[in-house]
Design a protein around this ligand. Structure first.
Ligand SMILES: [Zn+2]
Length: 114
């Protein structure tokens, strides 16, 4: 937990968010500025700055995160497909330096994501 990290404070319950899923390793919340009909953020509960800071020890958490993503996509009815995106660093648009993966779906999406 990092006291000045927005996502750590959401995980700790200090800042409200719409929670879609929670377990011991992963929290899923709705994005407050959705870019698609379904737009949720999958957060590692541990404070990891970005995907560039992952190690082999994070493998089980990542397996859980991808499994949860598939569960949420099914629950949201995203039968036509969905996208996972994790931005690394400010040039890529990472606005909160805590590992999170965007799950987007509910409409056809071109590339790059807009
Ligand atoms: Zn954090």
């Amino acid at each position: 937990m990092s006291a000045d990290c927005l996502f750590c404070r959401i995980i700790a319950g200090e800042i409200p968010a719409t929670r879609v899923h929670e377990d011991d390793q992963v929290l899923v919340i709705r994005d407050i500025g959705p870019k698609a009909p379904t737009h949720v953020l999958l957060l590692s509960k541990a404070h990891i700055a970005s995907a560039a800071d992952l190690t082999d020890e994070d493998g089980p958490m990542l397996g859980r995160l991808f499994g949860v993503a598939a569960e949420v996509a099914r629950a949201e009815g995203l039968d036509g497909g969905w996208r996972l995106v994790s931005n690394v660093g400010p040039d890529a648009g990472q606005s909160v330096p805590h590992l999170h993966v965007h799950l987007l779906g509910g409409r056809a999406m071109g590339w790059p994501p807009g």
